[in-house]
Design a protein around this ligand. Sequence first.
Ligand code: M6R
Length: 362
Amino acid sequence: QKGGYDHYMRKEIHEQPSALRQALGSRVDVNAGTASLDVDFPQGYLESIQEIQLLAMGTSYYAGRYAATLFESLADVRATPIMASEYSYTGGRDPWRTLSIAVTQSGETADTLGALREASAAGARTMGVTNTLGSSVTREADDALFIRAGPEIGVAATKTFASQVSTLALLAIAVGRERGALSAAAAREHLEDLTGLPGAIQQVLDEEDRIRETAHELADSDAFFFVGREYGYPVALEGALKLKEISYDHAEGFASGELKHGPLALVTPETPVLAVLTDGAHPQETLNNVAEVQARGAPAIGVTSGTLEGGTLDEAFEVPDAGIFEPLVANVYFQLFAYHIANAKGRSIDKPRNLAKSVTVE
Ligand code: M6R
């Protein structure tokens, strides 16, 4: 069942190239600069919306954060990621002009379904982005969009994060084209980057031995901090969640710029800092923040596009060219880092303590 892997989580990390081929394959026409998603919005609907909400929890929420930035920059529409359990207290302003998207791998997360129901009752059009055919979200939302990642057994979400972001990227491109916010040439470029992701991720997977060594060297640290900007920020949050969930170590993700507003006080030679320094994550700016943690003796591990000017990292990993999706590729290093730390500690990787794959209570 685990196909020769010790854990489902590692198997699922390695399945990302094929999962992404399934998510993207038949939906993308790079030459035409189009993405087709089997979702029929009413005529003129996409031009009329003023806000897209991404409602989700956990890893799906971080995928929603990545997607929100994609919607803002590719489709020029206000996009708000909302932690679904907080939806009742924040809600929205103009439901009639809002598309509320529930992002949920299982399609059964109680908090996410609760937010979806509230949005729908207020008058918003709703959509479920899910991995699970026939799940509650597909029955309750006006539209469903499948991420086609294949079954994910490990409690830690891995391949579904990549598939959620990529599928939502297709939607952002489609919405951007429809609203006239994205040129055909720009759409083609992003679609090329997306269709290149399986190969790019495979190159990261091929570096597993090196990230395993780094993970083993740092496994006994006091805490781990992850930093990034723009598309690197949700990946920093996700990297920290993955590590804390399966290794039980203290890990936190920050926007790089946030460090000196408090978290820097936690930084010591025993707190490695992992930074997203790729395209799509403003690497040169983050490099300044990395210098600040290094000045406090913290080891700095960076994932780069291979083109940094100045600054020296204690350990550098590279991602191939993938434009604004490079942080998504960088995330695969973070998944492997978390996996190998947890494995070195003998943790129950596929079923971490206190956690369930699908959280069906609020
Ligand atoms: O099924 P969902 O995507 O709605 O699940 C949401 C979260 O419970 C889930 O992503 C959780 O955070 C993962 N275990 C993280 O690895």
